[in-house]
Design a protein around this ligand. Sequence first.
Ligand code: NAP
Length: 222
Amino acid sequence: MEPEIFNLQREGIYIMRPYVIINFAMSIDGRIALSTGEQTRLSNEEDMRRVHYLRNSVDAIMVGIGTVLSDDPSLVVKEIYVKNPGRPARIVLDSKLRIPSNAKVLDGRARTIIYTLSNEDRKINAEIRRMKGNDLILKDVLEDLYSIGIRRLMVEGGSRVIGSFLKDKMFDEMYIFISPHFIGPEAPPAAYMKTASRIEEMIKVSMECRMLGDGVLLRIIP
Ligand SMILES: NC(=O)c1ccc[n+]([C@@H]2O[C@H](COP(=O)([O-])OP(=O)(O)OC[C@H]3O[C@@H](n4cnc5c(N)ncnc54)[C@H](OP(=O)(O)O)[C@@H]3O)[C@@H](O)[C@H]2O)c1
């Protein structure tokens, strides 16, 4: 388990936040779903096992509301991959509280926390944590997660959430499984972010890779 993390912000302020591991699967051309936004299985069995082990090693798993609406993931650790699985919490970033009441993350199989800006009084099977302001600021969400005991967080997407973490340089490790497919440019990219128009605007990272079955696993450090 990693030590407590103090993240140095650009303005030189230290915050206490969980250790953040981003994980997703993409095609060779950097797409994470079909052009309709519909989920397609890009991970092979070896990668699924790795993902479930990773899920089992964290305190919480985060997605954006876009992923809940398009894929309806349950975000639990599956017993077919991990013996005696734990029950990491499930975190959804949902500023307008759009989550459907029948979403699988509300099925009670693990603790679920929704971060929102909405004051709507909805009875759903989750803890609602209301933040202030016009946007859900990642730094504030991460500090709040730390304050409630989340020390190790896995971020599973989708494109907008990954883009936000990249833009704010708010991650410690990233795993990308590259599947042996091309999907095409109309499909959702790995990360929605400002497109670099100058070399200095590109986000430079360090990476290592290994084969995982018929795909490649990248491990990226900011
Ligand atoms: N291949 C993979 O590994 C993988 C994994 C997961 C998802 N996906 C794919 O990703 C796609 C969904 O991606 P998406 O970009 O539409 O949705 P998303 O990233 O899951 O969710 C984005 C939404 O989250 C909310 N949000 C609140 N605070 C945010 C913040 N600080 N930063 C970013 N978002 C914030 C916003 O909605 P509000 O303004 O309403 O709050 C935003 O539109 C789907 O096609 C899914 O299949 C692929």
